[in-house]
Design a protein around this ligand. Structure first.
Ligand code: AMP
Ligand code: MN
Ligand code: MN
Ligand code: MN
Length: 285
């Protein structure tokens, strides 16, 4: 019998319902193979994979939790807000996600135009083939198409040369506000979490983000994620305590060959933080 402290919890993963390559049910099977006890599927701006994943978890030892990763604009940057354990049928949340998805497709057309201006062929149809649904399209789908066509050697190369801020295929985009994103999650009964805070490279601006998040009622940040180094984990452990935030853990798994971290294999949370799943997600043995 497992101790509550020994649970393998992964609260940040992607499937083919956004820019992951494994289906929602495939992800649940992969999580089971990796001895995951609690799994959230957190696709970008989409909850369309949740029912398949939940159904795949029925009758197994895995506890499935609804999740989403909402893109929001804050201070001119795109911040990722994970939502956990909400009602996936909440009308306001679903209509907000539909609007964000419409924006994703509009942005994709602009990305395509920007890349064509650089002398590249159109990758829109190719990227749409990878995305399946126009509302799910993102930069990762363009990157996969461009790697296939040997424009760059790998995904990171495409991002660094074309798709990050300051590069020719980057398009400024208005995502919803942090406040709206948090309210949609909370009104649907869920818990908002700042995803991978080290990724935004906020430096001395970090307290502004955390203060605002806290003022809107936010109290959970990811501490251990696939993109955090050991020193990032220690830094956000300290900050979680300073702000009285609970801590989350997630791999941010997208793809076996692209991702740094497989499902369930993110570093463990350090001692001395409150894991979000004890207090807020109702996980019992
Ligand atoms: P988007 O939501 O369309 O702006 O795309 C963001 C997604 O692109 C992230 O969730 C990652 O899946 C992927 N991504 C971002 N930066 C990189 C990178 N440097 N290398 C590979 N994938 C990346
Ligand atoms: Mn992604
Ligand atoms: Mn993210
Ligand atoms: Mn993610």
């Amino acid at each position: 019998m497992k101790n509550l402290l020994d649970l393998n919890v992964d609260l940040h993963t992607h499937s083919t319902a956004s820019d992951g390559v494994v289906s929602p049910s495939g992800l649940v099977n992969r999580a089971l193979a990796n001895n995951v006890d609690v799994l959230a599927l957190t696709d970008h701006d989409s909850v369309s994979g949740l029912s398949e994943a939940f159904e795949a978890s029925i009758g197994t030892n895995l506890k499935f939790i609804n999740g989403v990763e909402i893109s929001v604009s804050w201070s001119g940057l795109c911040i990722h807000l994970v939502g956990l354990a909400f009602n996936e049928k909440n009308y306001n949340l679903l209509s907000a996600l539909k609007n964000i998805q419409d924006g994703r497709f509009r942005r994709a057309k602009k990305i395509d135009e920007a890349l064509k201006k650089e002398g590249l062929p159109s990758f829109l149809d190719y990227a749409l083939d990878f995305a399946k649904n126009p509302g799910q399209i993102g930069r990762a789908h363009f990157a996969r198409a461009m790697v296939k066509e040997k424009i760059c050697s790998d995904m990171h190369d495409v991002f660094n040369r074309y798709l990050v801020k300051g590069k020719p295929g980057f398009v400024e985009h208005h995502w919803p506000s942090l406040k709206d994103g948090m309210n949609w999650i909370k009104e649907a009964g869920g818990v908002p979490v700042i995803a991978h805070p080290a990724r935004y490279k906020l430096g001395s601006h970090l307290p502004y983000l955390f203060d605002e998040f806290s003022n809107y009622g936010g109290d959970v940040i990811e501490v251990a994620t696939g993109s955090h180094t050991k020193s990032d984990i220690l830094k956000f452990q300290t900050l979680a305590n300073e702000y009285s935030f609970d801590a989350s853990r997630g791999s941010d798994f997208h793809c076996p060959v692209e991702s740094r971290c497989d499902v369930g294999l993110a570093p463990n949370l350090p001692d001395g933080v409150n894991p979000v799943w004890y207090s807020r997600l109702g996980i019992t043995l």
